[in-house]
Design a protein around this ligand. Structure first.
Ligand code: S3P
Length: 181
């Protein structure tokens, strides 16, 4: 069966957005990012939504956006790290595209998210401990929906995008502007 979409899942700091952009370029597909889409729709940033509506309000918005974006064709979608918590999200992700779990160790996640802002769940005394707690709950859910699991520790964005591309290229229809270096 041919692959019509690729959905990237995994924790904060796994590189979903950076890898997704490169992969989309290789495929000649559109890149979309669920967090970015939520920000575009609301006109405010993720932190502001958490502040005003709590995590629950954010998850409702995330669910709607994932439902919408997964109905498209020929997109690479980078999801937020918590998208798999919702069972409806897991169902549409697994059913409407090829799901890649970008795994990163907690140390690597902590390193890569150290300087970033706009990640309200990491506004705590000990962000590394928080990342560890989140992974305990989420790792089995990521694995449950993934068609492919890739370890990203110490890997460059280009290598990861290339590895995904190698795995799927015989099963996708090339987009108009695809390029395969
Ligand atoms: C979250 C991850 C974030 C964003 C929000 C919540 C999470 O996305 O959706 O801050 O629950 O792990 P990234 O994984 O793109 O950082």
């Amino acid at each position: 069966m041919s692959i019509i979409n690729v959905f990237l899942i995994g924790p904060m700091g796994a590189g979903k957005t950076a890898v997704g952009k490169q992969l989309a370029r290789r495929l000649g597909w559109e890149f979309v990012d669920s967090d970015r889409e939520i920000e575009d729709r609301t006109g405010v940033d993720i932190s502001f939504i958490f502040e005003k509506e709590g995590e629950e309000g954010f998850r409702q918005r995330e669910c709607k956006v994932i439902e919408d974006l997964t109905t498209r064709h020929n997109v690479v979608l980078a999801t937020g790290g918590g998208a798999v918590l919702d069972s409806a999200n897991r169902t549409v992700l697994a059913g409407r595209g090829y799901v890649v779990y970008l795994f990163a160790s907690v140390d690597q996640q902590a390193e890569r998210t150290r300087t970033g802002r706009n990640r309200p769940l990491l506004n705590t005394e000990d962000p590394r401990a928080r990342l560890g707690e989140l992974m305990e709950v989420r790792d089995p859910l990521y694995r449950q929906v993934a068609d492919l699991v890739l370890h990203t520790d110490g890997q460059r964005v280009t290598q990861v995008a290339e590895e995904i591309h190698r795995n799927i290229k015989d099963s996708v229809e090339p987009g108009a502007g695809s390029f395969d270096p």
